[in-house]
Ligand binder design. Sequence first.
Ligand SMILES: Nc1nc2c(ncn2[C@@H]2O[C@H](COP(=O)(O)OP(=O)(O)O)[C@@H](O)[C@H]2O)c(=O)[nH]1
Ligand SMILES: [Mg+2]
Length: 476
Amino acid sequence: MLFNLVLRRAFIYTPHMSASTHTPPTICALATAPLPAGVGIIRLSGAAAKVAADMLCPTFNSVAPRVAHYGQLVIDGVAIDRALLLHFPAPHSFTGEGVVEIQGHGSLFVLDKILDFLCTQPNVRRAEAGEFSRRAVENNKMDLTQAEGLADLIAAATSAQAKQAIRQLEGELGDTFNGWRTEILHLLAHVEAAIDFPDEELDILADAALEEKVTVFLNNISTATRTNLGERLRDGFKLAIIGRPNAGKSTLTNLLTGQDTAIVTPEAGTTRDVVTAALTIGDFPVQLADTAGLRDATETIEKIGIERAGATAETADLVIALTSAEDWQTYSGPTPEVLPYLQPERTLLLVSKMDETSLNVPDVWKKHDVLGVNLTSSGSLSGVLSALEKLITAAYAPAQEAATVTRARHRDALNNAHGALTRALDLYKNPRSDTSLAELLAQDLRDAAAAIGTITGHTSSEDVLDTVFSTFCVGK
Ligand SMILES: Nc1nc2c(ncn2[C@@H]2O[C@H](COP(=O)(O)OP(=O)(O)O)[C@@H](O)[C@H]2O)c(=O)[nH]1
Ligand SMILES: [Mg+2]
């Protein structure tokens, strides 16, 4: 009885999204790509969707829900297209509102005329970026991570990306974080009970196993944020190519990208800016960075370039350290400039110009894989690619099974929750004499639950929703 009472109170403290009481405008947009195509689909969502569609296609008026209707679209008494129309009455639709889909022929001119006409109907306007998905979230058709998963699925360019996106769309990520949030709220309920009964404060907190539970939460969060696999699968693994001037970095860049991405000359110090290019290696998206050659430069521009090269290598997920065969012979290994940047298990040592110097390179040098190549020959490409694929796969294999955080937004929220829970644990272990322990603990737990809630959209903050959906396209 007591527990039920306080549990309810705990839930009141957490911000929940509430359905708005006024009728939002009905929105319409092209759901397919804005290109001439066989079919173009317009989607309408909102209370006025069906009425507006009926004005466009009078024969659609009496058609049953979810039954395809083939009818003439008429504007100002003139037929402009024949289309397939479908009505999904609320709440059984993508957005949870009444939805109509109009599948016309894919003339952008005609589709635009249809959209213009629909917008002349009462309370209908064009949709903003991400507005359909946002409504789906606001009507609890999906949580925020699922909406993000949907956007990622649409943007996926490799099967690993698609696999991650569909897992998120299916709710795996959201379910995990919702579970954590609910557990924190249960703990909060106990702590709030302690506020109401100051005499029994310590007993109640001990009964709630506060210390043990918070430690478990902290561990879960640390595990989820330890790897950046999820973010990298979305945005690309950062691969930096470093080495002395003339080692062949830009030649390698051009070999990997299959085009003249960077300028190649026999002159040392050609590359100054960091040149980046996107490519796919195996199943992984990669952001390649060609950098300025590392040496003791005297000229200002080259010096800046070298500083940037160092910074790029330090923040990279993977590094290719390039050494010419001649230099490798001189140093019996990579040139000294690259040594500070060799990351354990994340570095490929590449030896270039094997065609110019006869040399036996080892397979491994101090635990780093080594590969000798002639970069001017396109035949070297497949060897370099498979070495890189092996490296990425090995570096990220341990992370495959963890709940994958796929955006910086998720990571920030988890870090905030981690901070709040760490404060709670510190307080519990070193209580302050002047203030109620339970009240302070409750505040930290509330903060932790709210932080995790921003990931799934259990938040009253419009800012979070605005930020997420502003990255979506119109029509999604
Ligand atoms: N023979 C031979 N020449 C190479 C090889 N790799 C690069 N080069 C040449 O070395 C010079 C410098 O190459 P570049 O890619 O600009 O070096 P970077 O300064 O490291 O970017 C160019 O003339 C390239 O054609 C290689 O494996 N074999
Ligand atoms: Mg270069």
